[in-house]
Design a protein around this ligand. Structure first.
Ligand code: ADP
Ligand code: MG
Length: 393
């Protein structure tokens, strides 16, 4: 029977290695960061109390991939040392568990997953959950490393970040030891922490800078070798993907997404070779995917604010001052049947949107007489925002 599917082409040899969830066994171009990480974790290997580590850098620069690699290396190394206790790793992504309470539950359940003990659900008090977490750690009678990925999602809720590193000193655990690895997409999170939490959590800080075009080329060449047939890529494809991603945010994720989507465009077009024009087409898809992901993370009024500026951008009325954007925002709210927030709150949303990369903020300073104010301009394709917000509705 005829179905609408194509026959499988020979462009991909292993498409999975080009997908977002792929975990590379080999880390390229991160020698310095791996060395710094190894120094920070050396005490664990030597059997001392772990130091807490704070890893930071923009999204897509290898923080999660390198951390997982380091945890594997740590297990291998400690296995080779008969006199050193086992190391147990519990990892939680705070994007999916955005409070100390939720993250602690996730950690308990991850640690319980390889025991007979049942998973806990919500309904317990925070202190009960913390007690359960300490019990799990204590039961390991060894070193437990707690990895809190995308830790900035905890905001100013620092209960877990305060309690975990002090568990031993406070007598909550005795026969085990615990170390915290916190991973953040922004450095302001660190500075916003209370100084008591900062001092313990950030004993070791490791910075992941954006990748440059050369580094991205190495990473892409390796992925292409693992995932694509030989000879399907035009010579210009990898340099082009690397250049676009390097100029944008230096993200390996973005570079790999571009390569995969360029290959997809060619395949969907029935071709067995990928050229520069496919990268151009891919750019739009990838940008769309990125904007879509970030819009999903916005609050409802963050979306309304973004839509207001987008409407203004489409009628060429940007850059715009907060006050004028507010009028359009009110109309957007009215159309959605929502109660508008105060002008002050909408201004905060504008500042947030600028920080998230949706908007550019201009500081207008008109000397002593004119005073100072900000103007905002859309920094993403208006068509993408409206399309994505339209789909979301
Ligand atoms: N140095 C590297 N070598 C190989 N692949 C990498 C490297 N850095 C990042 N990647 C890949 O890029 C993507 C994004 O990396 P990730 O570690 O998730 O970034 P972050 O956690 O900093 O947002 C992942 O698919 C990862 O496999
Ligand atoms: Mg990550």
């Amino acid at each position: 029977m005829d179905t609408p599917f194509r026959t499988r082409t020979g462009v991909f040899t292993n498409k999975n290695v080009l997908k977002q969830q792929y975990e590379p066994e080999e880390i390229l171009e991160r020698g310095e960061e791996i060395e710094a990480y190894a120094n920070a974790l050396q005490d664990v290997v030597d059997g001392w109390e772990p130091e807490n580590v704070f890893v930071y850098g923009k999204t897509g620069v290898g923080k999660t991939a390198v951390t997982r690699y380091m945890m594997d290396m740590l297990r291998i190394e400690t296995d080779q040392r008969p006199d050193v206790d086992d190391v147990h790793v519990a990892e939680v992504n705070c994007h999916h568990h955005p409070s100390s309470y939720q993250a602690a539950i996730a950690l308990v359940n991850e640690l319980r997953a390889d025991t007979e003990r049942e998973a806990i659900t919500t309904g317990l008090s925070t202190s009960d959950v913390l007690t359960a977490l300490f019990e799990e750690i204590e039961a390991r009678e060894g070193t437990v490393l707690v990895v809190l990925d995308e830790i900035d999602n905890l905001g100013d809720d620092d209960v877990l970040l305060y309690q975990l590193p002090r568990a031993k000193a406070n007598g909550n655990i005795e026969h085990s030891q615990v170390g915290v690895v916190g991973i953040s997409n922004d450095y302001t999170f660190r500075n916003d922490l209370s100084s008591k939490v900062q001092d313990t959590l950030c004993e070791r800080e490791i910075k992941f800078p954006p990748y440059d075009a050369n580094e991205l080329r190495t990473i892409l060449t390796d992925r292409a070798k693992k995932g694509l047939s030989e000879g399907v890529l035009d010579d210009s494809v990898i340099p082009k993907c690397a250049a676009i991603a390097a100029q944008d945010r230096g993200s390996a994720r973005q570079a790999i997404d571009l390569l995969r989507e360029a290959a997809n465009v060619a395949v969907e077009d029935g071709r067995e070779s990928v050229g520069e024009a496919d990268v151009d087409a891919a750019e739009n898809r990838v940008e769309r995917g990125r904007v879509k992901d970030s819009i999903r993370d916005l609050t409802t009024h963050g979306r309304y604010t973004l839509l207001a500026v987008t409407n203004l951008a489409m009628t060429e009325q940007t850059p715009v001052r907060a006050k004028e954007a507010y009028g359009v925002y009110e109309r957007v709210c009215a159309e959605s049947g929502a109660e508008p927030l105060s002008q002050r709150s909408v201004h905060d949303h504008l500042i947030d949107l600028a920080m998230l990369g949706f908007l550019t903020q201009y500081d207008r300073n008109h000397g002593r007489s004119g005073g100072q104010y900000y103007e905002y301009e859309l920094d993403v394709e208006p068509a993408i925002v409206t399309a994505v917000l339209g789909e979301e509705e």
